[in-house]
Design a protein. Structure first.
Length: 181
């Protein structure tokens, strides 16, 4: 009976450590910015998100493409010569036809929105955003959204808390053998 007590104690400890924690039930969460497209379609111009919250615009268009800034004034100009910024006049930034900058509507909130604070385990659509473009006398927009997503960890997340169990059982066997000696 005396040798059985350490074995039972270690078995109970292994069982408790093997139970999934409350954090595992929620999966992982993240703010995700997404580009849904350019409306209406603008041939030769593509937009995407990189490094979380930067918009990347690439233009192989034959006509200049001008991007409005948050204040509504021309901010960037994509031409065959490269990308220029409106800094009291057009200043060439790069001879490449691709440029990345922080997307004003797609930035991660500094404080979690109320919906996320109330229900952090559920996904939420936070807002839609638009960046206005001009090309060939027409107006276009890069449209996207900012969402809060919760990913289900799947089988790996369920099994992770059980990882120490075999080691603890081996440890328990060792303790039980020592107790018998």
């Amino acid at each position: 009976m005396r040798g059985l007590r350490p074995l039972v104690l270690v078995f109970l400890l292994a069982a408790l450590l093997g139970l999934p924690g409350s954090a595992a039930a929620h999966g992982t969460s993240a703010y995700v910015a997404t580009v849904r497209g350019i409306a209406p379609s603008l041939p030769g111009v593509q937009a995407r998100i990189q490094r979380g919250f930067q918009i990347v615009l690439t233009s192989s268009s034959r006509v200049p493409v001008v991007v409005d800034g948050p204040d509504g004034r021309p901010y960037l100009r994509f031409t065959r010569a490269g990308v220029a910024a409106n800094i009291g006049g057009w200043t060439l930034l790069t001879p490449k036809r691709t440029f990345a900058w922080p997307a004003p509507g797609a930035v991660r909130p500094r404080i979690a929105p109320l919906a996320v604070r109330r229900e952090p385990g559920k996904p939420h659509h936070l807002r839609d955003w638009r960046i206005r473009l001009h090309a060939g006398g027409r107006t276009y927009a890069v449209v996207g959204s900012l969402d809060y997503r919760v990913a289900d960890g799947g089988l790996a997340e369920l099994l992770f808390p059980l990882a120490p169990t075999p080691l603890l059982l081996l440890f328990a066997v060792g303790i039980a053998r020592r107790a018998r000696r």
